[in-house]
Design a protein around this ligand. Structure first.
Ligand code: TXA
Ligand code: MG
Length: 348
């Protein structure tokens, strides 16, 4: 398949508007379009068309028991496809459009291929102007997983999308992903309780203003053998670079000492503040700037991008500090322990 590219899409120009028109047309006739969202790039198809969903699974080589999120242009459309509730209304008023996905009982109009046979469907209303324009123009909800090949880190740049999906989709639209990791996913359990299935740009602290928040086990821990998953995506090896990643538990000085003792060619995803000391390091590691130590939003924004770049650096291993689990850092922690296949090294 030949893939059409629109890397610099400007919605204020005639060319930009025509591009969105063509992309919307591709979705309507059952094709696949990759588009930027405020979280990561999505690999989209018509959510009401079971064939389109099948094409999505095939394009990213994803197991078809892992359901897709449907993307809508306005939160009010959620009631067309799901059974909404008061708690959904309150959450959507505050967080939509934005990086929140809510799992709700699905209406029969949603094909089983999209929900992977579950009675529920995940709904999200992205805030990215290109995502919004595309969904509105297509006139149908868009089913879209992250636009990576299954197992690799979600793409946050046009170039990374191309590396994975060139020739596998009809069109790729470029743009910026401000947040850099996938949306926060919640399941609504009652009128005042929800379960956090996947942490993201909306924190448990923010959600706590609306309901009691339970953390799904899979957020912080590896699933035990045979344990049932609440969000099927949690059971797959995820976000992983090909190069082994190790997370270091300990303070900055402990990390420095540990790294000084390492041989061979290795990479470090380092906090900005640590970089000066690493550059005079005896073992001269390849250093990537993860962002300021006190700026988890910046670290989230760079994480997936850097995991892919570190993979290309020809290093044997990658090291990074184990993040905290407070606030936005919970999303970092959740992605990093998976990327590291749960390999944590205590260095203190
Ligand atoms: O930010 C995002 O959410 C991005 C952009 C493109 O919107 N999308 C995304 O999709 O991350 P994906 O498919 O890579 O991750 C969706 C996750 C999977 O872990 C899946 O198992 C879970 O959502 N999920 C989907 N439907 C579900 C359901 N009905 N119940 C529980 N989990 C569900
Ligand atoms: Mg994904």
């Amino acid at each position: 398949m030949t893939t059409e590219y629109l890397e610099d899409l400007d919605l204020s120009t005639e060319a930009g508007k025509n591009g969105i028109e063509r992309a919307g047309e591709i979705i309507r006739r059952g094709g696949l379009v990759v588009f930027p969202t405020e979280t990561v790039f999505g690999l989209g198809g018509n959510a009401l068309d079971p064939e389109a969903a099948t094409k999505i699974y095939r394009a990213k080589e994803r197991p078809s028991d892992n359901p897709l999120i449907i993307h809508i242009a306005d939160p009010s459309e959620a009631s067309l496809y799901t059974e909404t509730s008061d708690l959904f209304e309150r959450l959507s008023k505050r967080f939509m459009p934005g990086p929140l996905t809510v799992v709700l009982p699905a209406k029969p109009i949603i094909p089983k291929t999209v929900t992977a046979g579950l009675p529920t469907v995940a709904v999200r209303c992205p805030s990215h102007p290109i995502a919004h324009a595309l969904i509105a123009c297509a006139g149908v909800p868009i089913a879209a997983p992250s636009a990576n090949l299954s197992g690799s880190p979600s793409p946050t740049t046009f170039r990374h999308v191309r590396e994975d999906l060139d020739g596998r989709v009809d069109m790729i639209l470029g743009g910026e992903c401000e947040i850099g990791v996938e949306s926060t996913i919640v399941r609504l359990d009652s009128s005042d309780t929800l379960t956090l299935l996947r942490p993201g740009g909306i924190t448990p602290e923010q959600l706590g203003e609306f309901a009691r928040v339970e953390l799904s086990d899979a957020v912080l821990n590896k699933l035990k053998e045979g344990e049932t998953v609440q969000s099927p995506g949690m059971k797959y090896k995820h976000y992983a670079p090909k190069t082994p990643l190790y997370l270091l538990r300990g303070g900055r000085e402990d990390r420095q000492r540990f790294l000084a003792g390492q041989g061979g060619r290795f990479a470090v995803l380092a906090y900005t503040e640590e970089i000066p000391s690493l550059s005079v390091h005896p073992s001269s590691p390849v250093v990537f700037d993860l962002g300021s130590e006190n700026d988890p939003a910046q670290q989230l924004h760079r994480l997936f991008y850097l995991l892919r770049e570190a993979d290309k650096s020809g290093c044997e291993r990658i090291y990074a500090a184990l993040p905290s689990t407070a606030g936005l850092s919970l999303a970092l922690y959740n992605r990093m322990i998976r990327a590291a296949a749960y390999q944590i090294v205590s260095v203190n």
